[in-house]
Design a protein around this ligand. Structure first.
Ligand SMILES: Cc1ncc(COP(=O)(O)O)c(C=O)c1O
Length: 415
């Protein structure tokens, strides 16, 4: 074959893809932030002009467990005692003692026979859903329309037929279940949807699953640690854990560390352990990370103080921001979205908050949320003081006025 002799400009593929993103106003810029253990949510922003103190209002370290002394001590002491890495995959290096302890803790958290830890919540969903569904002959996956990308990837990788039900729409789910007939079915959904802060009707979905003979898979990523008497999530709060076949969670958000997991029967966990490529072919979590996660899960099982304080500050933030006329999306959870409705304005609001007020709230734009629903997503936690909340409200009002963004009254009048 004759070579064409012309040099292909490979760089051009990448630069033009980036230009497309820029022109669609979807190019993301990440702030360079240094959190301060013991002083969170206060942090340092390494701005182009040098370091500046800021307050973080958008972290998913929802309860500040990332700076909890028991958790940081467990990580440091384990690293000193055992070393850093896990030494490879569990297939090659065996189980670290710390990960065995963590899995026992997680199974207990959800009242299940067993649990299996992955390197992230993303991997848990991607490899967990795809492996489970592949092992069920002729499986139809029924997936909520607003499921997270990690679940969508799990469904895709399973190669199984899928049916998407409208978000939290029980009638539509039932219609699809009925149409599926006798074949095996897996319903995949979340408890707390992280962008709109709404929750799914878990018991009603379990009722349908029972009626139509389906298995259930519930992502509790934005709920574990924060809901239920022991932090088992919304299913625990609602007495529904025993009705869910597979509960998935993360160790990287309210537990403040890193990693993900599923909890289920011994047979399900053993099957995923034995067949999931995303478990088998990747290095396990470091023992120090597993030990820190165990300390965090244990702490939140015994202590409701963080949850109560979070709920108090969430309620106060919602009431102070609403009173200031800011357009909040009404939520029943700890997630407080302030609606902007335009990508550029959302980025400008975020930039001004950081630059002028030292307040960090990442803009949430398409494709994370649909176009026209761009927003600032605020996550008040137990360490945000009343003074923090008051300065947040003042800063948002200044930004909304300066950028001429719509206030709640204007949005309501337009509807
Ligand atoms: C609903 C949901 N599931 C799973 C994940 C992935 O979890 P992790 O961040 O631990 O990978 C996320 C991450 O944001 C999520 O929002």
């Amino acid at each position: 074959m004759a070579a064409s002799g012309e040099m292909m400009d490979y760089q051009e593929f990448f630069t033009s893809a980036l230009e497309r993103l820029q022109s669609e106003r979807r190019y993301r810029v990440f702030a360079d932030i240094e959190r301060l253990a013991g002083r969170y949510p206060d942090a340092i922003w390494h701005s182009p002009a040098g370091p500046r103190p800021i307050t973080v209002w958008c972290s998913n370290d929802y309860l500040g467990m990332g700076q909890n002394r028991d958790v940081t001590r467990a990580m440091v002491e384990t690293a000193w005692r055992i070393g850093t890495g896990a030494g490879g995959t569990r297939n090659i290096s065996g189980n670290s003692h710390a990960i065995v302890g963590l899995e026992i803790e997680l199974a207990d958290l959800h009242g299940k026979e067993a649990a299996l830890v992955f390197t992230s919540g993303y991997v848990s969903n991607q490899t967990g859903i795809s492996t489970l569904a592949k092992l069920i002959p002729n499986c139809l996956i029924l997936s909520d329309a607003l499921n997270h990308n990690s679940m969508i990837e799990g469904v895709r990788q399973s190669g199984c037929e899928k049916a998407i039900f409208r978000h939290n729409d029980l009638d539509h789910l039932e219609e699809l279940l009925r149409a599926a007939g006798d074949r095996p079915k897996l319903i995949a959904f979340e408890s707390v949807y992280s962008m709109d802060g709404d929750i799914s009707p878990i018991h009603a979905i379990c009722d349908l699953a029972e009626r139509y003979g389906a298995m259930t898979y519930l992502d509790e990523v934005h709920a574990v640690g924060m809901y239920g008497p022991r932090g088992g999530g919304i299913a625990e709060r609602e007495g529904a854990m025993h009705r869910i076949d597979v509960i998935e969670g993360t160790l990287g958000k309210a537990f403040g560390v890193m990693g993900g997991y599923i909890a289920a029967t011994r047979a399900i966990i053993d099957a995923v352990r034995s067949f999931a490529p995303g478990f088998i072919f990747t290095t396990a979590l470091p023992p120090a990370v597993a030990a820190a996660a165990t300390a965090s899960v244990r702490h939140l099982k015994a202590s409701a103080a963080e949850r109560q304080k979070q709920q108090r500050q969430v309620a106060r933030t919602k009431s102070v921001l609403s009173a200031a006329g800011l357009p909040l999306l009404d939520t029943v959870t700890h997630i407080v979205p302030v609606m902007v409705g335009d990508a550029e304005a959302c980025k400008a609001a975020s930039d001004r908050l950081l630059d002028k007020h030292g307040i960090y709230i990442q803009p949430i734009n398409y494709p994370t949320v649909p176009r026209g629903t761009e927003r600032l997503r605020i996550t008040p936690g137990p360490f945000h003081t009343d003074a923090h909340v008051d300065s947040l409200a003042r800063a948002l009002v200044e930004v909304w006025t300066a950028l001429n963004l719509p206030l709640a009254s204007k949005i309501a009048a337009a509807e």
